[in-house]
Ligand binder design. Structure first.
Ligand SMILES: CC(C)(COP(=O)(O)OP(=O)(O)OC[C@H]1O[C@@H](n2cnc3c(N)ncnc32)[C@H](O)[C@@H]1OP(=O)(O)O)[C@@H](O)C(=O)NCCC(=O)NCCS
Length: 182
């Protein structure tokens, strides 16, 4: 499944990540406050951003993943990203990831971006299930998911080792039927 979409909402527009986003992407992912509970340490070189753009292009081509860059409609500033990955066409499911620039926290931007994305993936792309793997200490992310109706489905112990730090995974899931009923 090749997913190449552009979406917009009241304050935001979302479009596929591209080469021109490399610098802005690096600025967000090199911030230790943003990467505190991420699946990698904060990025230490622009090459990591270039690599993500390249991997995203391959993921879109193979239908396995897709990253959308989030911009403010007003001034077109880069606010962050949303990712669908581990896309399983047969099971109509994907894993969800998302990141906002630190300066953009606390203003409802991710809730707005994810609402727009989830409307699209359930209504237009006919996904049945979206899941997220979250560090259970990541309170902001958990609040964001729960506000959208995701349910906590389990805890996988010591699933990650980032640098020297071992951490658990809280698994969250949202079904198409949950989204329609909400
Ligand atoms: C997870 C993350 C995206 C959450 O960001 P956030 O800004 O808290 O999330 P939202 O966009 O849902 O905003 C909700 C907050 O904005 C506030 N808000 C302000 N204006 C709002 C509006 N118009 N609409 C909705 N919420 C609004 C809400 O009250 C809420 O604040 P609160 O949590 O203090 O009550 C952010 O912390 C982040 O990027 N973290 C690093 C990356 C990460 O951990 N990603 C998850 C792992 S995949």
């Amino acid at each position: 499944m090749v997913i190449k979409i552009e979406l917009s909402s009241e304050r935001l527009c979302l479009r596929p990540l591209s080469d021109i986003d490399t610098q802005a992407l690096f600025a967000v992912f090199s911030d230790p406050r943003v990467m505190r509970y991420g699946s990698t340490p904060e990025w230490d070189s622009l090459a990591k951003a270039e690599d993500k753009v390249l991997r995203n292009r391959r993921g879109v081509q193979s239908g396995e993943s897709m990253c959308l860059a989030i911009f403010h409609r007003h001034d077109y500033r880069f606010l962050g990203t949303v990712d669908l990955f581990q896309i399983d066409v047969q099971c109509r499911r994907a894993e969800l990831g998302y990141t906002l620039a630190f300066e953009a926290w606390g203003q409802g931007y991710m809730a707005e971006a994810l609402t727009t994305l989830l409307d699209h993936v359930f209504a237009e792309l006919a996904f049945n299930r979206i899941e997220a793997d979250i560090d259970p200490r990541n309170a902001a992310s958990i609040a964001c998911l729960e506000r959208l109706g995701f349910q906590r489905e389990g805890l996988l112990r010591q699933r990650w080792i980032i640098g020297d730090e071992v951490s658990d995974s809280a698994i969250y899931g949202l079904l198409r039927e949950d989204w329609i009923a909400r």
